[in-house]
Design a protein around this ligand. Sequence first.
Ligand SMILES: [Zn+2]
Length: 360
Amino acid sequence: IASDLTVSCVKHGPDPGDRAAADRPFCFRVIAPTGSTTLQAESEEEASAWVSDLQGVIAELISMGPRNPGFPGNAARETTTRRGDEKKGDEKHVALGANARKSSSGDGGGGGGDPAEALARAKKEKETGDVSADSVRAALASVPGNAQCADCGAPDPDWASLNLVVMVCHRCAGAHRHLGAHVSKVRSASLDLDAWTPPVLSLFASVGNDRANDFWEARRRDGTVAPKVLRLEAAIKEGKDERGFAGKEPEHPPPVAFDCAGDPEATIAAVTRKYVARAHVKPATATVASCVAASASLDVPALLERLVRSSTDRRDAERVARERREGLLAAVARGEEAAPVAALLLMHGARVDGDGDGGD
Ligand SMILES: [Zn+2]
């Protein structure tokens, strides 16, 4: 029986009722309505960091509760619903940008600058409590593929879906919001500064729109949609679009909502096919890393691939939930550097429950 982290809390020390754990140092526990799970860190400092990280993630999950679908993006509503009463990140030492991918060539490289440097700046500001929208935006824009909306290719996307790990334009953000927060957790890169904790920034630095669409649009990129037709589409646009497709052979087909021209209904239909029906996703094969393997090795792109490609069939729900819980425990075992991995798992429904062994 999975417990919902939004109704859980995290406390220092082992469970008083757990005599086996009573003598273990550096313990903390996740207390849920269905039971309590005691976890052990390697030092008191690390245990404190985990407690504050998990509390932050829980607060974040709670703040992402259902919101009214709106279209297009309503900045005023975003501002009123964001969490603004808690400063986070003061005691964190997350290795930002450790897995950041650098573009091998110039194209698709984003807003320029070294992603690791931009992230280090954003992280420093987080630590001093002096975070600015500019540094968050610069850090996000420097990741490969983030110069264009992941869904329609519009330039300089300023919105993000935290759980789907894509940057999108304001029109596509409106379509994402239409899907509901249980599908896409939409945040602004300039207005929702509290959402951009070091683990979440690090998560985004490790992926980028280019890599994310390798998973979300795998079938299109694979040529399941005839490349010739897509090249023709791009050629028709030539000369009148500023999205980087004109005048050169596109490396990939344009993203799903490229032809929607900002039409709300068409955009909603395209993103629904992409993220709800997962029409362009390839099912996982044996070669895709498991949740546990990806989490234990702190491999954020591999974890995202597993999460995107895992079964959405209700009959597999129990197995998928168990995989994600095991992934979360593997992340916890790696200490606070696994915070980005844990944040991604939690946003994908990973739950800790009272039965530590899981079982069938
Ligand atoms: Zn867009």
